[in-house]
Design a protein around this ligand. Structure first.
Ligand SMILES: [Zn+2]
Ligand SMILES: [Zn+2]
Length: 261
């Protein structure tokens, strides 16, 4: 059974470009059997989930949420339906503690997206799993992510973190046992009875799309007058190396366009 534990839709994630129906249709088209909708700081209601589920009976659709914790750390929470107390900007370790208090699972999402060194509290937090591949994890950070998972002593999970249809089917996990609800999924995750997977033909276009979006972020920074590489990296995130490589190209393109126009 193939599952993506981390997808967004435009119902509650303003940064996502796909409707719930587009997400579900694409998930099926790329061969997924299950997805977990993890909107930012919001969880779908049971009724909403049941409605979408009835439209797509062959795709198992579950729900979690992604907490925007302090220091631009994002934490995925599963098995918790009451989001009370999970607040934007809360310390990451408190989000993990609260998830555990409510018998949930906490996954550190894209650990190095906005920093390449993690704070001591984040390194000490008892995450259950570590996300080490997604469209929002720069390939320059793959090794770093795997090292971090070993530091935590937890399994690696691969997810799309899809905000756009092109991302789906790139990274996902193969469960060694089929599940039909969140409790069963958590049991499989806790026993590490899964294998993280990637589909190179889907990863390639997803990462190309990602690089285009990074380019847009760099252009926006330049237009705001931010051109110093370190400052651009702090704003845009992703691997420092990627921003340092792309910035001169984007600057040259903009200069050329200006000279031409
Ligand atoms: Zn988002
Ligand atoms: Zn996400």
């Amino acid at each position: 059974m193939y599952i993506d534990l981390h997808v967004h839709t435009n119902r509650y994630s303003s940064c996502a470009a796909m409707s719930p129906q587009e997400m579900a249709a694409e998930a099926l088209a790329v061969g997924l059997d299950a997805v977990v909708i993890t909107e930012h700081n919001t969880i779908w209601s049971e009724d909403e989930l049941a409605d979408l589920q009835s439209e797509f009976p062959s795709l198992l659709i579950l729900r979690g949420f992604e907490v925007s914790a302090a220091g631009r750390h994002d934490i995925l929470v599963y098995g918790v339906s009451d989001t009370t107390g999970f607040t934007r900007g809360m310390p990451p370790e408190e989000a993990v503690a609260l998830a555990h208090e409510r018998d949930g699972i906490a996954i550190l999402a894209h650990p190095f997206r906005y920093q390449e060194e993690l704070a001591a509290e984040v390194l000490a937090a008892p995450f259950d799993l570590c996300e080490t591949r997604s469209v929002n994890i720069d390939p320059y950070h793959h090794e770093l992510g795997s090292t971090l998972a070993r530091h935590y002593g937890v399994p690696e999970v691969y997810n799309s973190d899809g905000h756009h249809p092109v991302s789906l089917g790139s990274y996902y996990n193969k469960l060694h046992k089929s599940v039909s609800n969140m409790d069963e999924l958590m049991d499989v995750l806790r026993r590490a009875a899964f294998t993280p997977m990637e589909q190179p033909e889907r990863v390639r276009p997803a990462l190309e799309d990602r690089v285009e979006r990074i380019k847009i972020g760099i252009r926006r920074s330049i237009r705001m007058g931010i051109t110093e590489p370190e400052a651009v990296w702090r704003r845009v995130g992703n691997a420092r190396q990627r921003i340092y490589e792309m910035l001169p190209q984007v600057l040259a393109e903009l200069e050329q366009a200006q000279a031409g126009g």
